[in-house]
Design a protein. Structure first.
Length: 132
Protein backbone atom coordinates (compact mmCIF):
# COMPACT_ATOMS: atom_id res chain seq x y z
CA UNK A 1 0.00 0.00 0.00
CA UNK A 2 1.45 3.38 -0.95
CA UNK A 3 1.62 6.24 1.52
CA UNK A 4 -1.06 8.20 -0.30
CA UNK A 5 -3.42 5.24 -0.59
CA UNK A 6 -3.41 4.96 3.21
CA UNK A 7 -5.34 8.23 3.40
CA UNK A 8 -6.86 8.80 -0.04
CA UNK A 9 -8.07 6.95 -3.09
CA UNK A 10 -9.95 8.93 -5.73
CA UNK A 11 -13.46 7.59 -6.41
CA UNK A 12 -13.73 9.61 -9.63
CA UNK A 13 -17.06 10.96 -8.44
CA UNK A 14 -16.36 14.37 -9.95
CA UNK A 15 -17.68 16.34 -6.95
CA UNK A 16 -14.53 18.45 -6.91
CA UNK A 17 -15.06 19.40 -10.57
CA UNK A 18 -18.59 20.68 -9.98
CA UNK A 19 -19.76 24.19 -9.09
CA UNK A 20 -20.11 27.48 -10.88
CA UNK A 21 -16.47 28.47 -10.35
CA UNK A 22 -13.23 26.56 -10.73
CA UNK A 23 -9.70 26.92 -9.42
CA UNK A 24 -7.67 29.80 -10.80
CA UNK A 25 -4.82 29.13 -13.21
CA UNK A 26 -1.38 30.57 -12.67
CA UNK A 27 1.15 31.08 -15.47
CA UNK A 28 2.57 27.56 -15.24
CA UNK A 29 -0.94 26.07 -15.21
CA UNK A 30 -1.79 27.99 -18.39
CA UNK A 31 1.40 26.84 -20.12
CA UNK A 32 0.88 23.22 -19.05
CA UNK A 33 -2.73 23.21 -20.22
CA UNK A 34 -1.93 24.73 -23.60
CA UNK A 35 0.82 22.16 -24.10
CA UNK A 36 -1.41 19.25 -23.08
CA UNK A 37 -4.24 20.36 -25.36
CA UNK A 38 -1.78 21.00 -28.17
CA UNK A 39 -3.81 23.85 -29.65
CA UNK A 40 -2.93 27.56 -29.89
CA UNK A 41 -3.21 29.54 -26.66
CA UNK A 42 -5.68 32.00 -28.20
CA UNK A 43 -8.09 29.14 -28.97
CA UNK A 44 -7.62 27.61 -25.52
CA UNK A 45 -8.30 31.01 -23.99
CA UNK A 46 -11.42 31.61 -26.01
CA UNK A 47 -12.81 28.11 -25.66
CA UNK A 48 -11.92 27.01 -22.16
CA UNK A 49 -10.94 29.97 -19.97
CA UNK A 50 -12.88 32.67 -18.18
CA UNK A 51 -11.12 35.92 -17.36
CA UNK A 52 -12.25 38.03 -14.39
CA UNK A 53 -9.87 40.96 -14.00
CA UNK A 54 -6.47 39.34 -13.51
CA UNK A 55 -7.93 35.96 -12.57
CA UNK A 56 -8.04 33.18 -15.16
CA UNK A 57 -10.29 30.23 -14.41
CA UNK A 58 -11.70 27.42 -16.47
CA UNK A 59 -15.17 27.96 -17.84
CA UNK A 60 -18.06 25.97 -16.42
CA UNK A 61 -20.75 24.19 -18.39
CA UNK A 62 -23.92 22.72 -16.83
CA UNK A 63 -22.54 23.36 -13.34
CA UNK A 64 -19.16 21.73 -13.79
CA UNK A 65 -15.71 22.48 -15.15
CA UNK A 66 -15.63 22.57 -18.93
CA UNK A 67 -13.14 19.70 -18.90
CA UNK A 68 -15.21 17.36 -16.77
CA UNK A 69 -16.84 14.40 -18.47
CA UNK A 70 -16.89 11.31 -16.26
CA UNK A 71 -13.33 12.27 -15.36
CA UNK A 72 -10.90 15.02 -16.25
CA UNK A 73 -10.40 15.51 -19.97
CA UNK A 74 -7.20 17.48 -19.45
CA UNK A 75 -5.67 15.25 -16.80
CA UNK A 76 -2.02 15.76 -17.79
CA UNK A 77 -2.57 19.49 -18.17
CA UNK A 78 -4.76 20.09 -15.15
CA UNK A 79 -3.96 22.99 -12.79
CA UNK A 80 -1.71 22.24 -9.82
CA UNK A 81 -4.56 22.90 -7.42
CA UNK A 82 -6.58 20.13 -9.09
CA UNK A 83 -3.58 17.78 -8.93
CA UNK A 84 -3.08 18.55 -5.24
CA UNK A 85 -6.73 18.12 -4.22
CA UNK A 86 -7.83 16.96 -1.66
CA UNK A 87 -4.44 16.75 0.10
CA UNK A 88 -4.33 20.43 0.90
CA UNK A 89 -1.59 21.68 3.27
CA UNK A 90 -4.12 23.84 5.16
CA UNK A 91 -5.45 20.60 6.64
CA UNK A 92 -2.33 20.43 8.80
CA UNK A 93 -3.13 23.62 10.66
CA UNK A 94 -6.91 23.42 10.78
CA UNK A 95 -8.82 20.31 11.83
CA UNK A 96 -12.11 21.92 10.79
CA UNK A 97 -10.74 22.26 7.29
CA UNK A 98 -9.88 18.56 7.32
CA UNK A 99 -13.47 17.66 8.23
CA UNK A 100 -14.91 20.05 5.63
CA UNK A 101 -12.69 18.61 2.89
CA UNK A 102 -13.31 15.06 4.06
CA UNK A 103 -17.09 15.60 3.89
CA UNK A 104 -16.84 16.90 0.33
CA UNK A 105 -14.47 14.20 -0.93
CA UNK A 106 -15.51 10.54 -0.64
CA UNK A 107 -11.96 9.54 -1.58
CA UNK A 108 -10.58 10.48 1.83
CA UNK A 109 -10.36 7.38 4.01
CA UNK A 110 -12.97 7.86 6.71
CA UNK A 111 -11.42 5.40 9.15
CA UNK A 112 -8.18 7.40 9.46
CA UNK A 113 -7.97 9.81 12.39
CA UNK A 114 -7.02 13.45 11.92
CA UNK A 115 -3.70 12.86 13.68
CA UNK A 116 -2.71 9.92 11.48
CA UNK A 117 -3.92 11.74 8.36
CA UNK A 118 -1.66 14.69 9.23
CA UNK A 119 1.37 12.43 9.90
CA UNK A 120 1.01 10.86 6.45
CA UNK A 121 0.25 14.14 4.69
CA UNK A 122 3.38 15.66 6.27
CA UNK A 123 5.48 12.76 4.97
CA UNK A 124 3.99 13.15 1.49
CA UNK A 125 4.71 16.87 1.54
CA UNK A 126 8.28 16.25 2.71
CA UNK A 127 8.79 13.76 -0.13
CA UNK A 128 7.40 16.28 -2.64
CA UNK A 129 9.25 19.14 -0.92
CA UNK A 130 6.03 21.13 -0.51
CA UNK A 131 5.97 23.88 2.10
CA UNK A 132 2.88 24.66 4.19
S1 LIG B 1 -14.22 14.63 -4.85
FE1 LIG B 1 -12.47 13.39 -4.19
S2 LIG B 1 -12.98 11.30 -4.79
FE2 LIG B 1 -14.32 12.66 -5.96
S3 LIG B 1 -13.22 13.00 -7.89
FE3 LIG B 1 -12.67 14.67 -6.48
S4 LIG B 1 -10.76 13.97 -5.51
FE4 LIG B 1 -11.74 12.17 -6.42
S1 LIG C 1 -9.30 20.59 -14.75
FE1 LIG C 1 -9.95 18.50 -14.53
S2 LIG C 1 -9.62 18.04 -12.35
FE2 LIG C 1 -9.62 20.26 -12.57
S3 LIG C 1 -11.74 20.90 -12.18
FE3 LIG C 1 -11.51 20.62 -14.39
S4 LIG C 1 -12.17 18.53 -14.80
FE4 LIG C 1 -11.76 18.69 -12.60
Amino acid sequence: MTLVSQIFSCKRCGYCCHGETTVSLDEKDRERMVKALNIPEEIVKETFWRQTGKITQMKTVDGHCVFYEEGCNVHNGRPWRCAQWPLHPSILSDENNFHTISESCPGIKKDVSYEVFCQILRKLMDEADIKC
